[in-house]
Design a protein around this ligand. Sequence first.
Ligand code: ADP
Length: 542
Amino acid sequence: MLGLMQNHPLLISSLIDFAARYHGDTEVVSRRVEGDIHRYTWLDVQRRAKRVANGLDALGLQASDRVGTLAWNGYRHLELYFGVSGSGRVLHTVNPRLLPEQIAWIVNHAEDRVMCFDMSFLPIVQGIHTHCPSVKHWIALCDEDKLPADTGIPHLLSYEAWIGGQPDQYPWPVFDENTASSMCYTSGTTGHPKAALYSHRSTVLHAYASALPDVMGLSARDAALPVVPMFHVNAWGLPYSAAMVGAKLVFPGPAMDGKSLYELMEAEGVTFAAGVPTIWQMLLGHTAGNKLRFSTLTRTVIGGSACPPAMIATFRDDYGIDVLHAWGMTEMSPLGTLCTLKEKHRHLPEQEKMKIRLKQGRPIFGVDMKIVDDHGEDLQWDGKTYGDLYVKGPWILDQYFKGEGGDPLVDGWFPTGDVATIDADGFMQITDRSKDVIKSGGEWISSIDIENIAMAHPAVAMAACIGMPHPKWDERPIVAVVLKPGAAASRDELLGFYEGKVAKWQLPDDVVFVDAIPIGATGKMLKTRLREQLKDYKLPTV
Ligand code: ADP
């Protein structure tokens, strides 16, 4: 027997219609590429998203045609999020931090028909447009009078001229909720990148789940600042979840330095922010250096790479701001787990609570996970046993776009490539990417643990732990360290700093000082490149 309830497809267009109807006067504020602040409302977003939809019709785009973006977090990008997907086309956000050749490869692979770009990325477009035959229309996200005369890009349109002539009425089409809505390529540090192709259903379900109280806890009383880029994994779904709850949105544009972010947070009453650890490091550097306080910020989601304990402690102890450690990946839309404590943890001593907060957290309803050994057998949830982390759920990838890479699933589970422990309460902790795991004498050493300890030293700005070949132990960990400007610490001092913090056999064999640690397009350390840089390095013989 079937239930007798209405069957409305879960569509992205309903999110913007809801925000416009019930939160129409709530603001969306953006720092623009032009440098000034733009301010309007959810109602304006809807009207202009409908102009975008009409504009795409006028360009002759068919359902499921891809529309690329190379853009910062800002209001025009937001309008494309809703106008492109809402009208049945697929929004393809492209990461401008990739190399131009990679961008061209991705645009060709996705067969983008239109490419909308912020003027900051004009040089990239000038370099690649002749290599992107599928793109029939290049659109600069600016006013008509900001368009330079001689860009060399044929038929270049300004966004404002393009949508300016279009009506702001548009009947959103109704279609199967499993229809593709947007896509994002993984960073492809090895081999060609592959794309996750999200659906309307997966996106709306992810938005519901991510707004829950134990997840991001978003509401109509929040002003949310996504510093996580809209060009990578949909800014952790915040454009959608903010529309779903009617939160104010505040966009930083290209200005993500500590000072600009702090000023924007204070000026706009930001209560909630989301970003990767490196961003918060810059922000905390600015606030500490200038003895500033946050007057409205209550919580910040930190993910994308492991959040150093020192950062959680600084936010909490010095500023009274809750840090929500989160984990996910492109293939998971991206949220998988988020760390919020349970009632049973309320009376634990602060130090014990901190140990839990450092974990990547427990799954959001909709995500199921397990850890397995090399034979695919389930491992114990004791918070100690490490294994390959597998996940499944309605916003987790089933196949890559165009079937690239074959069937990625193992018995219906998606192998994340992460190695983790899970404790009896279901809190997961990542110890490594499987390719970065350090195996010494048959035992695994967590590079994240080693990095976190180094990062807690006052002289250390950044640390990366990698394994080096060893004749007896197979591999031994060393830690590459970037010192803070003006700070000093010797190798022996840093090695001594580990004592009592990890078991003796887990102590790094060496500290190597480097000027910088290579960072990839999504802000993660590129350990492959670091290993290449240190290829002539030899472990000290004791
Ligand atoms: P990519 O484009 O490289 O796939 P993703 O943003 O999808 O970029 O990266 C996902 C990976 O990032 C995860 O598999 C995990 O290794 C790492 N990651 C994400 N969040 C965390 C976290 N909180 N702690 C540790 N690692 C994390």
